[in-house]
Design a protein around this ligand. Sequence first.
Ligand SMILES: [Zn+2]
Length: 439
Amino acid sequence: MSKLEDIVSLCKRRGFIFQGSDVYGGLAGTWDFGPLGVALKRKIMQTWWEYWVDKRDDMYGVDAAIIMNPRTWVASGHVATFADPLVECNDCHGRFRADHLGDFGEGVTTEEFRAAGAKCPNCGKSDWGEIKKFNMMFETHVGPVTDDTSIAYLRPETAQGIFTNFKNVVDTIYPDLPFGIAQQGKAFRNEISPRDFVFRSREFEQMEIEYFVDPENWQKSFDELLTDCHEFFENEMGLKAEDIRDYDVPAEDRAHYSKRTIDIEYNYPTGWGELMGVAYRTDFDLGNIERESGKSMVYRDKMTGKSFVPHVIEPSVGVERLLMAVLTNAYHEDEVNGEKRVVLQLPENLAPYKFCVSPLLKNKPELVEKAKEVYQLLRKKYQNVTWDDSGNIGKRYRKQDEIGTPKCVVVDFDSLEDGTVTVRDRDTTEQTRVKIEEL
Ligand SMILES: [Zn+2]
C-alpha cells in the first residue's frame, strides 16, 4: 500500500473521514468527517482563526451567505471563465480534464492535445473529441420559479463574500490601511475528476484573507504575509520546513491581473502539490464590483486624506488540503516490542484528545471508580479527554496511538495507595509515574 492508501485506511478505520453518502454507494468527490475527523478539522480551523484574526490588530472576520446574488459571479468573471478543459474519449465516452492527461496548461487546444497522443485512462485508446470549456460552478435556483431569472450558484470560493462586504466593514469599523478581512466556509466546484482523497473534492472548506493595501506598499505586505504563512504552518500546524516550498508562479501562468503569485506547496504522499496560494490581485476585484454595482469602492485615508481603491493580497488555503498535510506529517509506522505500530504524531494542539484515561482492569470497581474520578478531573481542566476501558491495555495504547492521543493515563492498585498514575507517552512509549494533581 502507498502512504496515501495507508492514511485513507486509517481515516476510515478510526472514524476520521468517510466517503460521502457511503451507505448509498457514495457520491464522487464528497467526503464526510467522522467524530475524530471533525475534531481535528475544527482544531485546525480554530487555530487558523486565532492566529490570523484573534491575535492580530489588523484583521476582521466575516461570515457571508453561501448563495450570493448571481451578479457577484458575473463581476468576478466566474460565469464567463471559471471553466476547465473537458475532453471526451470517442471510444468509451469517459470524460477527463485534458490538462490532467499530460504536460498541458489549462488553455490547451484540441489540436495540441490530439498531437500529444495522450491515452484514455479508462480504455487506453487515443481517439479524442473536441475540448470543451466546462464551467465548474454548481447551478441552482432561488425561489419557486426555475427559469433564467432565478439562477444562482453555490459559491466556488469564499473570497467574493469578503470583497462584497469590503464597504460594509469600512463603513462600520473604520479600519486603517493595511487591514485584512478573513472568512472560513464551504465552497463548491464541480470538478471533472475529483482525486487524491480530500485533495481535490467537489465540496470543501476554505480559509481566505483579503488584505487591503495602499498600492504603493503592496510588496512589503506581501512579504510579511508570506512569512506569516510559513510561521503558521511550522509553528501552529507542526509541519516541517523541508516539506514546504514556495513556487513563484511565472507571469504566463498567473491570472492576468496578478502581479505576483506564490503557490506554497507541500510534499504530499502523491508528490509536491499546492497547499495554498498567496496572490497579489491588484484592484481587480474591487474594480469589478464598482463596474457591476455602480457603487464606489474608494477608501479615504484618515491621516493623509488620500483617496483610492485599495489593492489586495490574498492568502488562501483549503482546510482539507491542510488537514491532509497535517495527517501526512503525523503518520508514522514503527515497531514496539517486535510489533508493527501505526502512530499519528499530531501536535498536541491539534490532537482530537489530549488524554485517554482508563482503569488497569475493567472488572475491579475500586479501580474504575478512581479512574472515573481522574477522568472527570482532567475533563474539567482540558475538555478534550477520552475514556477507554475496552480490551487489554496494549490494545488501548494501539488505538490511542492511531488517533494521535499524546498521553494515556492508567489507574492501577498503586494509584489507590499513593495517588499516582501511569502516564504513557505516545511518541516514545515511555511510562512514568505522576501524581494525579500534577497531570
Ligand atoms: Zn476511453
